[in-house]
Design a protein. Structure first.
Length: 633
């Protein structure tokens, strides 16, 4: 399938490039005329001076000086070589039968060389310069993104954009397959659309559209669909529609949850920023340009999906149902809830689509842990009770499926095995709300009920979670015990000692002494409380349900009290240093305060992200719930 886009290098020839990602299948040369228009290479007459002929074979080493000259744009050396061997102008000088012009165009830096060489080649012979798989020089320009060279080639021979290689791929296919957007834009303006040879009709057209979507050029894809609406309803040789291609790309629909607060604010209000203000924002937020591009891509992708759904929905029921089936299931598996929404808006019957295993969109959402798709249940009427009662080919209901271990890619989004186990329990508890009472004890073909399925699938994760919790508790217990020891010792040996006559501390009348006393006591009490919480974690029974609230809550309390004890200890220690050494030197407060903040900052930087994640996951988990007021079904 990829041989139509090989380059002049052996590695590129033998290995599939980016186009292999598109399931186009091997194109049969005998393409049905009802679905594709074949565009065959032009037949150059025998009178042309560049007609292919058998010539004395020369070793490739003979052309090595010319190859280097073409690669480096050294026209003077090349001209001397042509004076010595005029046939070298069109000779095959590379292992994949590329000419000097192929090499020069592929280098991307020899534009003057290309201009001079084109002067030596007649217009009618330019299309005959092909490598071993039939790629013209314009194919090479498209592959390497050399727009300047492409303009020179097209100006010399306007028929080149419509000249295919041996596998019937045009230069625009190559440009889209290698994600050269500027080249695709240029070739869209020069590739002819006529009644005889229409590259945008049939399989050729849908291949171009699918490749453009694969390259994430959604603005160009939208332009193509608006210009040729019928492309939305065609399938490639592998059975892929444009809607199915974009349904597989979750990157087209960026999740705001992956941004920080300021980035999320910019993302949400992007369309209201003025140009001058936006330049200022770009200076303040380094990722502003990325956010802007992502937002624009999101909007363009959504417009494209709307347009595709609108065209498919115009078809008869059976055809539309078959064309919506694969995209809605792919979107549910990939987590593209926007596509699922648009499909259901255009064709509500698509909610009953199932894959060969018997999984509908909500079963797939549960299997792949796509909460944004599962949350569409909150936007449905009472039909959701039917949509969640489906049983697959192995007798699994939706509760069995949520009982299976999440895919590693989704599981690893949560830090630590204990929190991963908590997230799995949260999923199980949420899905349990949508099943009938008898479904909770129904057995699948493995003779397992949902609770048994969950226990079997998660037994290793429970062991990992127990080890993670105990390791964390052990480490923190040591730190808490050390702080408690220091705080207790400091409380009975106050700074400066005691007055021999009265027994009171010598510095008791100083302003910093009450601060030392209060924070030393607070450090002692909080570190002791922290030790007790970590000890309770070490002695827990580690049952499944303990990972939902009990164990995370203990770890949260332990980490909070440990942080409080560290902070209090630093304040007490700083007060001691000031009492002993800084009574007459107020400037010592600055370095003391700076040094005291160091361990606190380190603790916050290293442990606070985990603590915050645990608090949010345990007390403010928002992964489930209604996201829109749009009623779907």
């Amino acid at each position: 399938m990829m041989k139509g886009f090989s380059s002049q290098q052996e590695a590129i020839k033998n290995e599939p490039g980016p186009l292999a990602k598109l399931l186009l299948g091997a194109r049969n040369k005998n393409v049905e005329s009802s679905t594709e228009v074949q565009v065959k290479p032009p037949d150059i007459g025998q009178g042309s001076m560049l007609v292919e002929k058998k010539e004395n074979e020369k070793d490739l080493n003979w052309y090595l000086p010319l190859y280097r000259a073409a690669l480096n744009g050294d026209w003077e050396s090349a001209r001397k070589f042509f004076d010595q061997d005029p046939d070298a102008i069109t000779a095959k000088i590379t292992k994949v039968s590329g000419t000097a012009l192929h090499v020069a165009v592929g280098s991307g830096k020899a534009i003057d060389f290309v201009k001079e060489l084109l002067e030596l080649i007649p217009t009618e012979g330019l299309a005959t310069l092909r490598d071993q798989v039939g790629q013209t020089v314009l194919h090479y320009a498209a592959i390497f993104g050399n727009v300047e060279a492409a303009k020179l080639l097209v100006s010399k021979d306007p028929a080149l954009p419509n000249t295919p290689c041996n596998s019937y791929f045009l230069p625009i296919h190559a440009a889209a397959g290698y994600a050269n957007k500027n080249m695709v834009s240029f070739l869209l303006t020069v590739t002819r659309d006529d009644a005889v040879h229409n590259p945008f009709a049939g399989g050729s057209g849908v291949d171009i559209l699918n490749l453009v979507i694969l390259a994430e050029f959604y603005d160009l894809a939208l332009y193509l669909v608006q210009l040729y609406p019928y492309l939305a309803t065609l399938r490639s040789s592998a059975g892929n529609t444009a809607l199915n291609m974009i349904a597989r790309k979750p990157s087209a629909f960026f999740r705001e949850s992956s941004l920080c607060f300021w980035e999320r604010f910019i993302y949400s209000w992007f369309h209201k920023w003025q140009l001058a203000l936006w330049k200022f924002i770009e200076c303040l937020v380094p990722r502003a340009t990325y956010i802007r591009d992502t937002r624009m891509m999101h909007v363009q992708a959504l417009q494209l999906v709307k347009c595709l759904c609108k065209e498919i929905a115009k078809l008869d029921y059976l055809t539309a149902a078959s064309m919506f089936n694969m995209p809605i299931l792919s979107a549910a598996s990939s987590g593209n809830s926007e596509i699922v929404e648009e499909i259901l808006e255009s064709f509500p019957h698509a909610i009953w689509s199932v894959n060969p295993m018997g999984h509908n969109i909500f079963l797939l959402a549960v299997i792949n842990r796509r909460e944004n798709v599962f949350n569409l249940l909150y936007q449905m009427s009472e039909h959701k009770k039917l949509a969640t009662q489906l049983t697959d080919n192995e007798g699994n209901n939706i509760l069995h499926l949520v009982g299976k271990l999440a895919p590693p890619a989704r599981l690893n989004l949560v830090s630590g095995a204990a929190l991963q186990m908590q997230r799995e329990l949260q999923w199980y508890k949420e899905v349990e709300k949508y099943v009938t009472p008898d479904s909770k004890d129904r057995k699948n073909t493995k003779n397992r009920t949902p609770p048994i399925e969950f226990s079997e699938e998660h037994k290793d994760l429970i062991k990992e979670g127990e080890k993670w919790m105990k390791d964390t508790a052990n480490s923190c217990t040591v730190a808490a015990a050390l702080i408690a020891t220091i705080a207790f010792a400091a409380s009975i040996t106050v700074p400066g000692g005691n007055n021999g006559d009265s027994g009171f501390p010598i510095f008791s009348d100083k302003l910093a002494f009450p601060a030392f006393a209060v924070f030393d006591a607070l450090s002692l009490f909080s570190s002791t409380a922290s030790m007790l919480m970590f000890l309770s974690i070490l002695t827990a029974r580690y049952a499944e349900r303990d990972f939902l609230y009990s164990l995370p809550k203990r770890l949260i309390i332990g980490l909070v009290t440990l942080f409080l004890s560290i902070t209090s200890m630093m304040i007490a220690f700083s007060a001691t240093l000031y009492l002993v050494f800084g009574r007459t030197k107020a400037w010592t407060l600055v370095p003391i305060a700076a040094l005291a903040c160091l361990p606190v900052i380190l603790f916050v930087q290293l442990q606070f992200p985990l603590l915050l994640e645990m608090i949010i996951s345990t007390y403010r988990s928002r992964i489930f719930g209604k996201r829109s007021g749009r009623l779907l079904f």
